[in-house]
Ligand binder design. Sequence first.
Ligand code: ATP
Ligand code: MG
Ligand code: FE
Length: 330
Amino acid sequence: MSFESSCDETSVAVIKNGKEILSNIIATQIKSHQRFGGVVPEVASRHHVEEITRCIKLAMDEANVGYEDLDAVAVTYGPGLVGSLLIGIMAAKTVAFAHDLPLIKVNHLAGHIYSANFVSDLKYPFMALLVSGGHTELVLVKAPGEFETLGDTRDDAVGEAYDKIGRVLGINYPAGKKVDQMAAIGNDVFDFPRAMVQEDNLDFSFSGLKSSFINRVHHADQIHEELNKDDLAASFQGAVLDILSNKTFRALKQHPVNQLVVAGGVAANQGLRKRLKEDIEKRNLDMELIFPPLRLCGDNAAMIGAIAQIQYEKGDFADLDLNSDPSLDF
Ligand code: ATP
Ligand code: MG
Ligand code: FE
């Protein structure tokens, strides 16, 4: 059984052999946070407390298992909101202690990457582009559960940038999906900056793009100029895709691999899916492009169960005094 409660989704899953999803219950709190324009940590923790036992029951019912059928309990211990993480950790410890099951502590980011395990057989080494609400990283996965961060964002995460520019367009949090839909309709006519694409490194920066977007919209407001919102979205997404594509293929040139995994909430982006597929074809690369199914791109406990299987096989177990690590990275 696996638990995920790092942010605003309470999720419990039952996974067989790290490969087969028997159940994956996701209780989202988005509605409670929307009126604040983002996740309110205290509100999130309270929701997790209210939801978690219900999620356990639903996950076990749907998987048709009892506690005696479980082999281990896995839980996200970071990165994320401390109060939110602690609810999942307490629940996991309780199940592990009460039923004498080993406890496995999982890195949420590793979980995102291993959501790909449900769609393909991962072959090492492989490259992962992790694009989520709090992270934008290029990660080389050298062996099962062995990660090396090659590049990282120097400021905002890409999902965060989507949410912030979405707010200026009057879109509810989280804005990524809607901006993606608008971008498909609009045209890339505004010339937004593509930060750091000339630089020979694998790092990202999105705060300049975000500011440039917000300034352009505010300037138009001041002079009562009407801007086409779909074109704004398309231009923002055009810049994002150029940056992500540039750095990803730079990384692949340095580390040629047979598989590219794209994971995290922003991996749901249709423009990104299309762009990377075209880029691979254009370059004639014999490389498998792996996107998790949409429902496994956002936060969920199934992905936590996938990486936990590797840790289980290695005997990598946690003690019952496990604490959260809100700023955990690889
Ligand atoms: P992290 O995983 O870094 O701790 P998180 O768990 O909050 O952060 P995720 O749940 O993985 O992040 O992803 C949520 C983000 O994905 C939000 O910023 C949301 O706007 C973005 N997102 C979702 N769908 C899309 C889409 N189609 N296009 C762009 N962004 C999207
Ligand atoms: Mg979320
Ligand atoms: Fe996440």
